[in-house]
Design a protein around this ligand. Structure first.
Ligand code: CMX
Length: 139
């Protein structure tokens, strides 16, 4: 079961430039930045000040063969994914597999801030790359 919309992920070419643009244009503040080598990204989570709701995640490629680099090559900058928060990513993946949806990974991998993540193939989710996120702290 989905608990909340966790974040919307946006592919950008230059993370620092994008953080500055979102701050000066929309007043969004970067609450967290990190590098995820396995996913091949530098990323930032942005929120409106005081808003604990869904975040905007900026994703910049670390390598030419990364998912974000391929997305930028094909589509240019823009919305790359929609992430739902779940309590138990293993259970959510099992339930979706049961419905016939393809999950990208056999086992969840490491996402932002120690979360556990997997993805539904966009062809099985109405053209949207859906990420499932189980936060590290269980909230
Ligand atoms: N949203 C919607 N559709 C997408 C898509 C996206 N982000 N990425 C690819 N597609 C579409 C393609 O356009 C293609 O459609 P057509 O066949 O109609 O042309 C189809 O999906 C399959 O494309 P593909 O060439 O087989 O696959 P790609 O090499 O483009 O890889 C995907 C797509 C989803 C498997 C890959 O991006 C992936 O593994 N993503 C998961 C990991 C990820 O996105 N990491 C970065 C974020 C890290 C984080 O959030 O922490």
């Amino acid at each position: 079961t989905v608990l909340a919309v966790d974040h919307v992920g946006i592919a950008v070419a230059d993370l620092d430039a994008a953080i500055e643009w979102y701050a000066s244009t929309f007043g969004l503040v970067a609450t967290h930045t990190e590098t995820n080598e396995e996913q091949g990204v530098r990323e930032a989570m942005l929120s409106a000040p005081g808003d604990a709701g869904a975040a905007v995640q900026l994703l910049a490629p670390l390598r030419k063969d990364s998912a974000i680099a391929k997305f930028l090559d094909r589509s240019g900058p823009g919305i790359q994914q929609l992430a739902y928060r779940v309590a138990d990513v293993d259970a959510s993946c099992a339930a979706l597999r049961e419905k016939g949806l393809r999950l990208l990974y056999d086992e969840p991998r490491r996402g932002t801030a120690g979360s556990r993540i997997n993805f539904v193939h966009p062809k099985d989710a109405g053209g949207v790359l859906v990420e499932l996120v189980e936060p590290a702290d269980g909230h």
